[in-house]
Design a protein. Structure first.
Length: 221
């Protein structure tokens, strides 16, 4: 059943995963071509009919080019959507999307771009190390500071990669190994890489990772 949709007129910045905080202005950096994500994307190739078949029942609220959700998406719907290769049911709440857009506007005003902010601060150590012969060292996790609206116990992480990640629903073996090492084999997880057109930071390859851990599990942030 297709979801109902509301529209809120607002000026919006590109959506995605950005770390919070501002630390001093700097000039933009160049030379990030090794982290560019290729444009191939099974996400982008899905038809509207296929997307409607798996869309969440919650009301969808348009904020510029972004669709927000009116209520948290429970874990079983997150799994079903990603398993069917349809990320349209997922999104932030209106409040979270507003906070995210305000944050991006501040970052761009001070740093020129989100990529330059992440490169100089939030991911500075990771970017500075460069590509490693140790495949596991080519990935790093950060909790999503502006996560999608999800049901209780569902965590939204971002896996940043020195390796190019192809848009879609499959990750390289090394990335899957890193995810298992980070969250344990028993933790349920799903992941995807957005098509380039929907990525907030296309210069820095990254995947969205969703985890539902056992109530007794303790994971450091």
């Amino acid at each position: 059943m297709a979801a109902s949709q509301l529209k809120i007129d607002t000026s919006s910045s590109s959506g995605g995963s950005v770390a919070k905080g501002l630390v001093g202005a700097s000039k933009p950096l160049a030379g990030l071509s090794s982290l560019l994500t290729p444009p191939e994307s099974p996400i982008a190739s899905r038809t509207g009919h296929q997307q409607q078949q798996t869309r969440a029942k919650a009301t969808r609220i348009a904020m510029g080019r972004h669709l927000c959700v009116s209520e948290p998406v429970p874990w079983h719907e997150v799994k079903a959507a990603i398993d069917r290769e349809d990320v349209e049911p997922l999104g932030r709440s209106v409040e979270m999307q507003t906070r995210y857009q305000e944050h991006v506007a501040r970052v761009k005003a001070e740093y020129g771009s989100v990529a330059d902010y992440l490169t100089r601060h939030a991911l500075a150590d990771f970017i500075g190390r460069g590509l490693s012969a140790d495949e596991d060292a080519n990935f790093v996790f950060r909790i999503n500071d502006f996560p999608y609206s999800l049901g209780d116990g569902v965590e939204h992480w971002v896996l940043w990669s020195h390796r190019q990640l192809t848009p879609g629903f499959a990750l390289p073996e090394a990335a899957v190994r890193v995810i298992e090492a980070r969250f344990g084999r028993k933790a349920e997880r799903r992941y995807f890489v957005n098509p380039v057109a929907k990525q907030s930071v296309p210069q820095l390859s990254h995947a969205h990772v969703f985890v539902k851990r056992e109530a007794s599990a303790e994971l450091p942030l």
